[in-house]
Design a protein around this ligand. Structure first.
Ligand SMILES: [Zn+2]
Length: 330
């Protein structure tokens, strides 16, 4: 069996604060024996639960990276019991390029699990997490936002799982994160996702969508920062109770939540994030890009709820996700 070629430059299982890299050999034109150097911090203080924290699974999503950089720079071993593994730039080549997928192999890390030890750079990163880091973790938090092409209401999310005990544990961690919105999420394309790989190992998993558009805001970073510390408190790694405030519970129960464009064009939003919409309300109009004098195509809500996500750029292509309507759960 091939073993994964990634080696950490720091100990994963020793007490103290260790900053280093996951070194992934990458032989290429400008560096024959070169490597991809993925920054990692491990903070450990005795036995206790392990949290595995990741940002930039997609390289153009920024709240997680900022909050995790801050945690790595400030967390002291004596504040913790157990271990925190911090990887702010999970798909590091994608993060450096400012793109969703890796410029090396076009790999979408969140569609590359369980990965391959003998695969492409992205597949090797996935395999290393799947076989080395996730098995060490009790709780896993993976930060996302919409990236350059989507924008979301800020929510933490848990998935509907076959194992109801595991689902309850994930929901409790999502509630501890305490984002302004808490989403029971249905994935439209869950094969190859990190989420699925972590959940299949029986772990407690929380993910987020905290904004988007290929940037972060002071508000969205504050949500990430608070949620991160709350999850560590919930896990018993940091002392104290999670700081809680109101959250609106949402769900994406069926395919009617999603509206996809069937033509290209110029987008006119007819509702904004957080707006309440009724079934049949216009969500967006698409104007032609190649003529005047034509009428726009209207896209209407297939169900009522809150507008939870929208296409971000001003131009849209056929097949793009134009809007997501979430149901408000009492
Ligand atoms: Zn993402």
């Amino acid at each position: 069996m091939t073993t994964n070629p990634i080696s950490p430059t720091i100990p994963l299982d020793e007490d103290g604060v260790h900053h280093g890299f996951l070194r992934l050999p990458w032989s290429r034109d400008d560096s024959a024996w070169g490597s991809v150097m993925i920054p990692i911090t491990v903070v450990r203080n005795g036995d206790g639960p392990t949290a595995l924290l990741t940002g930039a699974n997609h390289g153009d999503e920024y709240e997680g990276p900022v909050a995790l950089q801050e945690l790595a720079a400030t967390l002291k071993a004596e504040e913790t019991s157990g271990r925190v593994i911090i990887v702010p730039y999970f798909n590091y080549p994608a993060f450096r390029a400012g793109t969703r997928t890796s410029p090396i192999d076009k790999g979408n890390l969140n569609r590359s699990f369980p990965g391959r030890p003998d695969g492409t750079v992205t597949q090797k990163i996935a395999d290393y997490f799947n076989t080395v880091l996730v098995p060490r973790a009790d709780i896993v938090l993976d930060f996302h936002s919409g990236g350059k092409t989507l924008d979301f209401l800020p929510f933490a999310a848990a998935h509907i799982l076959d194992d109801t005990m595991q689902q309850q544990a994930c929901v409790a961690a999502m509630e501890a994160f305490n984002a302004p919105y808490s989403m029971m999420m249905r994935e439209i394309d869950n094969v190859g996702m990190y989420d699925t790989a972590v959940e299949d190992q029986g772990k407690v998993f929380v993910t987020t969508e905290l904004g988007g558009g290929g940037t972060a805001t002071a508000k969205s970073i504050a949500i990430a920062r608070k949620g991160l510390r709350n999850v560590l408190k919930h896990a018993g790694i940091l002392e104290g109770e999670p700081e809680t405030g109101p959250t609106i519970r949402l769900a994406m129960p069926d395919d009617d939540c999603f509206v996809f464009a069937t033509e290209e064009g110029l987008v006119e939003p007819c509702a904004d994030l957080g707006d309440t919409v009724a079934k049949g309300d216009c969500l967006a109009r698409i104007w032609p890009v190649d003529r005047t004098g034509a009428t726009p195509v209207e896209y209407r809500a297939k169900r009522g709820g809150l507008l939870a996500a929208r296409h971000f750029p001003g131009l849209v292509k056929a097949g793009d996700c134009l809007a997501v309507i979430a149901e408000v759960v009492d």
